[in-house]
Design a binder for this molecule. Structure first.
Ligand SMILES: Nc1ncnc2c1ncn2[C@@H]1O[C@H](COP(=O)(O)OP(=O)(O)OP(=O)(O)O)[C@@H](O)[C@H]1O
Ligand SMILES: C[C@@](O)(CCO)CC(=O)[O-]
Ligand SMILES: [Mg+2]
Length: 462
């Protein structure tokens, strides 16, 4: 039985009441470039992934009152919890007295402390930190947005948890989306573009979801930049810097392979580790972050450039251009020829003149992107967040002239490999990765963000 069938069965068995049933789905993400540095204020480019976390919530009818229960089922964490509302009110008196205000997160810090103490007390002693963090984030969002009311929730996911694909953000976004829908705070586009099941949310509502999801991410992550929840919420490919987002409607369609190292890691610890390294070596790390920022800027330019191929300059074309442009292009051309195994005879270069290549060479924009991705992987090594398994995957894919880098927090998790459109032997690459013990899958980037689905009679009027 797959996840969705399991959820359906569960819903049908337990939720056949007349209450409201809402579904919410939020995508995972890949970071094309800029992770970690983005926490320190530089830019990152990220895209939503066609894999989702889905929440189903049932709010029983009002007459159920305090005899109703709050039940949370998180199958990915093997967590099932249930309390009567009466018990919650008795255990959390300070929260019972506050009227929830879904429109602002002011005052959240106090609620977080109360919830954290409650979860420590209620969860089994041997619970792992991941489960505790997930339950804390859920309860915090529930109390803040809906208050202490009966609710049944199941959260399943197509994303590997804790593997760099933004599972924590998809969790926070989908939970916030469902709760805000039940609280009546979201408005929907009259025409749903995904059939009757999924509705798109108007932007003001998405801003609200993103604000709450960020608060949830803080509980799981410690110090998130906000890039993961933003991409999961709004979807598409975005450039993110200091909370500012710019959607990139690029010309270049990206294909990628994701390989899971299966090495478990924790984003909170990795982000903290980079922060400590930055404190030990402030200047060196500032330079590393600055280099990542330049890479992100260039990735944006490449993604927005026309699909037609760029021409690598010949000596004739160079002589027509200004000096600065010449130097930049010469370096780029040299690095390309070198990476293709061609020998550059530097003695033949004369000042700004490039030794003549055999013939004018045309370079696809994807080649530039690949090079930037490799550079970013090198800088992530400098930050101390790579891992031998990540390096191993990079080596395997480089045998096929493919470029890979970690995505997300690193330290294990998933590696992302850019696939050229004309790549014919993808099966060979996959086979080599599988022989080395890795699991991989092809995924699409840049789809929609959060969407809401309704069951029964509560479809919003068009
Ligand atoms: N489906 C889920 N159900 C419950 N909790 C989840 C779920 N998905 C993620 N989480 C919470 O998020 C934590 C994993 O988040 P973490 O940030 O470490 O990894 P990630 O988000 O998958 O990767 P990255 O942040 O690098 O993109 C889990 O331990 C859990 O607390
Ligand atoms: C490592 C990090 O940069 C990305 C995790 O997907 C953390 C963050 O931005 O919050
Ligand atoms: Mg995360």
């Amino acid at each position: 039985m797959n996840n969705s069938e399991r959820m359906d069965m569960e819903l049908d068995q337990t939720w056949m009441q007349t209450g409201e049933v809402v579904e919410s789905r939020a995508p995972g993400k890949v970071i094309i470039c800029g992770e970690h540095a983005v926490v320190h204020g530089t830019g990152a480019v990220a895209a939503s992934l066609n894999r989702y976390t889905v929440v189903r919530m049932n709010r029983p009818p009002a007459h159920v009152g305090d005899n109703g229960v709050l039940s949370i089922h998180l199958p990915e964490l093997e967590v099932r919890l249930k309390w009567t509302v009466a018990y919650l009110k008795q255990s959390l008196p300070s929260l019972d007295q506050v009227q929830p205000n879904p429109l602002t997160s002011v005052g959240s810090e106090n609620i977080k402390i109360v919830i954290s103490e409650f979860v420590e007390k209620e969860m089994p002693r041997n619970s792992d930190k991941g489960s505790i963090g997930g339950v804390q984030a859920f309860l915090f969002l529930y109390v803040s947005i809906l208050g202490l009311r009966p609710l049944e929730a199941v959260v399943t996911s197509e994303l590997p948890v804790g593997a760099g694909l933004g599972s924590s953000a998809a969790f926070c976004v989908s939970v916030s989306g469902a709760l805000l829908t039940l609280a009546g705070k979201l408005d929907f586009h009259p025409q749903s573009s995904d059939g009757i099941r999924w509705k798109d949310i108007l932007d003001t509502g998405l801003d609200l979801v993103n604000m709450w999801a960020f608060e949830g991410e803080k509980i799981i992550h410690g110090k998130p930049s906000g890039v993961d929840n933003t991409v999961s919420c709004y979807g598409h490919v975005v450039h993110f810097k200091k909370g500012q987002i710019t959607r990139i409607d690029g010309q270049v369609e990206l294909r990628m392979l994701l390989t899971n190292t299966k090495v478990s890691r924790n984003t909170k610890a990795l982000v903290a580790g980079v922060g400590e390294r930055a404190e030990r070596h402030p200047e060196a790390m500032a330079a590393v972050f600055q280099a990542v920022d330049s890479i992100s800027d260039e990735v944006v330019k490449v993604l927005q450039s026309p699909i037609e191929e760029a021409t690598v300059p010949t000596p004739e074309t160079i002589s027509q251009e200004d000096e600065e442009q010449k130097a930049e292009e010469r370096n780029f051309a040299q690095s390309l020829f070198m990476s293709e195994g061609m020998v550059i005879n530097t003695s033949k270069t004369d000042g700004n003149k490039l030794s003549a290549p055999p013939r004018p060479k045309r370079v696809h924009v994807l080649t530039r992107l690949e090079e930037l991705i490799c550079m970013n992987q090198g800088l992530l090594q400098c930050m101390g967040v790579s891992h031998p398994t990540i390096e191993h995957i990079c080596q395997i894919t480089s045998r096929f002239n493919l470029c890979s880098k970690l995505t997300g927090a690193g330290g294990g998790g998933c590696v992302f490999t850019l696939l050229p459109h004309d790549l014919k032997d993808i099966q060979k690459v996959r086979h080599q990765l599988q022989l080395a013990g890795f699991e991989c899958f092809e995924a699409a980037m840049g789809g929609k963000g959060l969407q809401i689905g309704f069951r029964s009679s509560i479809l919003p009027s068009p």
